[in-house]
Each structure stands twice: as C-alpha cells, then as structure tokens.
Design a protein around this ligand. Structure first.
Ligand SMILES: *Cc1c(COP(=O)(O)O)cnc(C)c1O
Length: 426
C-alpha cells in the first residue's frame, strides 16, 4: 500500500467520524515540529480545554469564601467528590455507591488490599501477571511480606508461553484451579501496560470465586479505554488512575470500585480516616470509626478540590460522549493502525517489526505495541524528534495508543510516514 493510498483511506475514515470535532477540545503539545502526532494517551492524556476554567472557578470560590467554601461554594467542597461519582461510575460500569474518586492508584490499591488481601496460613497466594507494572509488583511483594509471607512463594506469576508475548487465559484458569485452596487473590491489570492485552475480567473473576478467592483489577490502562462492567462482572474491587486515558492531569486523583456486596461489610478490616466516616456524625469529631456505606467508606482525607475540579471537567467530556461511541471509534483507529503496522513490516522486512498486541479486537484496547528487533532506543528517539510522541520500553518495544477522543487516522498516517523514512534509513 502506498503512502498516498493510506492517506486517502484515512481521509475517508476521518470524514465519516462522528467524534471528529472533539479533537478541537484538547490542547496538542507544541514541540516545534511540523508533523506532530500524539500517541501517548496511555501514559498521560492530553489536556481538555475545559479544565482551565473549571480549576479557576474553584480558585475563585476559595478567594471568595475561604473556609466557608466547604459549604457555600457553588459545588460545596464538603461533598465535592460526589460530583464526580456518576460519570466515573458510568465509565467503569459500577453503581454510584460502588465508586469513589480519591488518593492515587498505588495508595488506593494498598488500602483495598487491607480489606481484600487477608491471607492466612492456608490461603495466602496471589495469582497475577508476569511483567506487571513495577508499582503493582512492589505492591504485591510488600503486601506479602507485610503479612509475613515470602513473595517468591506467595506470588504466582502467569506469563506468556515460550516465544509468545500474550498470556493464554487458559493458563491463568489452570493456575487458579491448581492453587485453588491456597489462593487468596487473583489480581490482574484489566489491560496489560506493555502488550495492551485485555483480559476477560468476568471470566477471571468467576474462576477466582469458584475456588473461594477474591478478584481485583488494576484498571490504569482500562478506565476510559475499554467498556467496563465491573458490577455485572462481579469484580470484588478495582482501582485506576485518571491521568492516562481519563485525561485529568499529571498525577491527579484516582478512582476505586468496591462491589456492592462488600459495601455494607462494616467489619471488614480497613484503615480509617474522617472522610470515610459516617458523614452525618463526621463533624462531631468523636472517637469510634463508623465507616460509610459503599466505596466512600474507604476514603481517608478531605478531597483535593483543585485536582478534582480538573477531573470533573474531564469526566464531563466522557459523560457527554459515552464509552460506546468512544469504543466504536477506538476500534476503527486501532484496526487502521494495525493495517499500517503490517504495511511497514511488509515494506521493511529487515526491520524485525512485529505487532505484539493481539489481532483480536476483544483482546485489546486502544494501544498497539510493536517490537522492532533490528533497532534499539535510537529509533524511538528519532520518532520523537520527528514529532511522533509514543512510548518506549526496553529493549525495543514501542507502544502506540491512538485515543478516540483526540486522535484520528491522519495521525496514524503521520506515524506511517515518519516510520517509513526512519526504517529506510534516509
Ligand atoms: C500508570 C500505572 C500505575 C501508576 O501508579 P500511581 O500510583 O498512579 O503512580 C500503576 N499501575 C499500573 C498498571 C499503571 O499502568
């Protein structure tokens, strides 16, 4: 396929895209290059233009009311987190009572582990994926040690088979069955950060429950990327960040899901703080922690309003567009990117270029990862220098995420042109 033919195809797809106008609602980084294509929404989503005004509005409320803003601001800070819940719950397929925005991702996972990883001598193992995101790996190691177990023994990592990149779900199910009565927890990323592999969370949850274990997911790469049905899938708990596909700003507040069947389990061990305490008696400041019902009962601190204002503005965009429309466009973009990757591989047989993400739409989200085995980091540096903002993992993996809110097929053609030039060595 020629560059011209690809560009023509892209133009047709982009012209038919009902979400095309959304692109203008985001700021694109200016790195001084003519052809800039941003594909790093899996690491840091672009800034929605409505965020500035939303944060400024809260700064004004603070200037105007001081401490009284907790009750008198247009959206009182006292209950501000509730403003974010419906849109966030929609994104993850949870009920409002099952979802709350608070803290950040790794912190939230530790807090949820306090309640949902309660190993004993018989049942202490955790099944998770090999090549986990480092923070999750540290989470598992330190949790196992905290409870007096050796991580080498307690953590069962399921990796891909020899020569493969993707994990066969049958292998996960088999491990769950094998470790059955020793298994405390099945903990996976909903979408793997390196390969973009999407796991069947309903299936893994069901298998975990069948042997009496808990099922939890890190949705850092799932939230805002793929449609989620956490309540219907019966997932016990999940947590995610909001700065990747959810575009709420660097390091901003995360989200958690706790299934409603645990929402009234007030005797579950948990770490308490005043914002998780019964809101009617919160300001009586008495001793005797009484958790709120639902996910809110895991909160610790009063909400960081400025960050949450940014997050609310970003979630408003998701609420307006809806995950169904986003996913439909995402599938179009990813299919086109797959075609471009195959074309590049065909045109440059010596590059060792290969798609490592799944070719099955059901087993992937927005991100496609490629291995370019004849090249090293230099290829990636050249990509960036040419204005294609992607992401690199050693030794030679490039991760590209066309994001349906702000990317289009023309961006993918830019990727194609720049890669063609680089791989041709001119
Ligand atoms: C991005 C990411 C994190 C980051 O954790 P923070 O606590 O937000 O810094 C953790 N886990 C996974 C799987 C991620 O993709």
């Amino acid at each position: 396929m020629t560059s011209k033919a690809l560009a023509e195809q892209a133009a047709i797809k982009d012209a038919q895209d009902p979400l095309a106008p959304l692109r203008d609602e985001f700021y694109f980084p200016e790195l001084g290059t003519a052809e800039l294509a941003y594909f790093s929404g899996h690491s840091l989503g672009l800034q929605p233009k409505n965020i500035g005004a939303a944060v400024n509005a809260e700064l004004k409320e603070w200037a105007r009311y001081g401490v009284e803003g907790h009750f008198h601001a247009d959206k009182p800070w006292y209950s501000y987190h509730e403003e974010l819940t419906p849109a966030m719950a929609e994104i993850v397929g949870g009920k409002n009572s099952e979802v709350v925005c608070m803290n950040s991702l790794t912190t939230n996972l530790h807090l949820l582990f306090v309640s949902f990883y309660r190993p004993n001598a018989q049942r202490y193992k955790i099944i998770s994926e090999a090549r986990m995101f480092p923070s999750d790996r540290y989470l598992l190691e330190t949790q196992a040690r905290f409870h007096g177990f050796d991580p080498e023994d307690a953590i069962i990592e399921i990796g891909p088979r020899e020569g493969e990149w993707l994990i066969d779900e049958e292998d996960i199910l088999e491990a769950i069955a094998t470790h059955g009565d020793q298994l405390a927890l099945v903990f996976f990323g909903g979408v793997n950060y390196i390969t973009g592999q999407r796991f069947d969370m309903a299936r893994l949850t069901q298998a975990a429950h069948a042997v009496g274990a808990i099922a939890g997911f890190d949705l850092a790469h799932g939230a805002g990327n793929i449609p989620l049905e956490l309540n219907a899938w019966d997932v016990d708990f999940a947590a995610w960040c909001s700065y990747k596909y959810l575009n709420s700003g660097p390091g901003n507040v995360g989200g958690v899901f706790v299934h409603e069947r645990h929402g009234q389990s007030f005797d579950l061990p948990r770490f308490g703080g005043w914002w998780g305490h019964d809101k009617v008696s919160r300001f009586q400041m008495k001793s005797g922690f009484k958790p709120m019902e639902g996910a809110e009962g895991w909160q610790l601190s009063n909400a960081p309003i400025l960050g949450m204002a940014a997050m609310k503005a970003s979630l408003d965009v998701f609420h307006r567009v809806g995950m169904t429309a986003l996913r439909a466009k995402s599938e179009t973009l990813t299919a086109f990117l797959e075609q471009v990757i195959d074309t590049l591989a065909e045109e440059h047989p010596n590059a060792g270029l290969r798609l490592i993400s799944s070719r099955d739409t059901a087993r992937r989200g927005a991100q496609l990862s490629i291995e370019v085995s004849a090249y090293d980091r230099q290829l990636f540096e050249s990509l960036i220098a040419a204005g294609v903002i992607a992401d690199f993992r050693e030794p030679n993996i490039i991760r590209i995420a066309p994001v349906p809110l702000y990317n289009n097929c023309a961006d993918i053609v830019t990727f194609y042109r720049v890669m063609s030039t680089l791989l041709s060595g001119d």
